[in-house]
Design a protein around this ligand. Structure first.
Ligand SMILES: C[S@@+](CC[C@H](N)C(=O)[O-])C[C@H]1O[C@@H](n2cnc3c(N)ncnc32)[C@H](O)[C@@H]1O
Length: 302
């Protein structure tokens, strides 16, 4: 579906002279309308992508199949999506490999699911859990549309389960190599994730706020069955490059979310004791979150 002449039923993207994008499904006999007249779908079907088509009123449109990174930011959304820059980080730093068995929750709109399915390849498996049926329906449509499964089917490496991960994953008996948590309270799913992960596996959480970041990291420490969690964010800045005007773009996405990863230890194992003490005040009387073992409440000096 991602190569060769454009076929009826595929989604394409027309980009106009101002950079405005229009995505639609190719249907024989249909017309695409814009403020510059129309384009017949039949003019597009059968051509190799990467051409300029002229509408009935002289507008020029560049025609390509949408890339995954373009599709996920324009597809219908139930819940907020994982942006392409973060999906790329998740695939690289949560080490999603061809053949891996990956569990994710929640599925939301299915944006991350598409990246995970691509990364695990035909011999891997992505098992997605979502507790809201209406979001699961949106995700199913988006994933099926992107991968172009036959009517009534979906991606063969994908399984979507309706339910709360904290209950549905233990009930399924699934074991996995990687677990990606994109939800409001990922700490509530940590026990289920720990039980399902093979030793050496990775849990990765995607959280929007610093309070969620803190609570998840401290819960991982308190659990004790994981390595020291790593937390980071990525900022991507476009550049304007034109003759001598070479400068950063004026606009950027300032914040999407923080990422945290930790590796599952073998059963009964504990991480080495830390040789470094917590920063002064880190777990002082104002700290109310989960408290790692052996860290007493610090009494402030007068
Ligand atoms: C931000 S969205 C996920 C977006 C998704 N990763 C994407 O890229 O499109 C969060 C989703 O998690 C679901 N959710 C929250 N807690 C959950 C849980 N414990 N088990 C399953 N789904 C959960 C919510 O219903 C929501 O759809």
């Amino acid at each position: 579906m991602h190569r060769g002449p454009l076929q009826a039923g595929e989604w394409i993207r027309l980009t106009d002279q101002k950079g405005r994008r229009h995505n639609f499904e190719l249907v024989p006999g249909k017309r695409f309308f814009s403020n510059r007249g129309h384009v017949e779908h039949d003019e597009l079907i059968g051509r190799e992508e990467g051409f300029t088509v002229v509408s009935s009123a002289g507008g020029e449109y560049l025609c390509f199949r949408p890339l995954l990174s373009e599709f996920v930011v324009s597809m219908p959304r139930g819940a907020a999506v994982v942006y392409p820059k973060d999906a790329a980080q998740i695939v690289a730093l949560a080490d999603i490999f061809p053949g891996a068995h990956v569990v994710e929750a929640g599925v939301g709109s299915g944006a991350l699911t598409c990246s995970l399915l691509r990364a695990v390849g035909p011999y891997g498996r992505v098992s997605s859990y979502e507790r809201r049926e209406e979001f699961a329906d949106v995700a199913r449509k988006n994933v099926t549309q992107f991968f172009g499964a036959p009517a009534g089917e979906t991606h063969p490496a994908w399984q979507l389960t309706l339910g709360d991960l904290a209950e549905a994953l233990p009930a399924s008996g699934e074991r996995c190599d990687r677990i990606i948590l994109d939800m409001l309270a990922p700490w509530e799913c940590l026990d289920a994730a720990a039980d399902a992960l093979w030793p050496g596996g990775i849990v990765c959480a995607y959280v929007a706020t610093t309070t969620q970041l803190s609570r998840f990291v401290e819960t991982v420490r308190v659990h004790g069955g994981f390595t020291e969690p790593q937390a980071w964010e990525s900022l991507v800045r476009d550049w304007h490059v034109e003759g001598l005007a070479v400068r950063p773009g004026h606009k950027m996405i300032g914040h999407t979310a923080f990422l945290v990863t930790a590796r599952r230890l073998a059963p009964g194992e504990r991480p080495p004791r830390k040789s470094r003490r917590p920063a002064p005040g880190a777990y002082g009387p104002d700290y109310t979150g989960p408290r790692p073992a052996g860290v007493p409440v610090e009494v402030p000096e007068d």
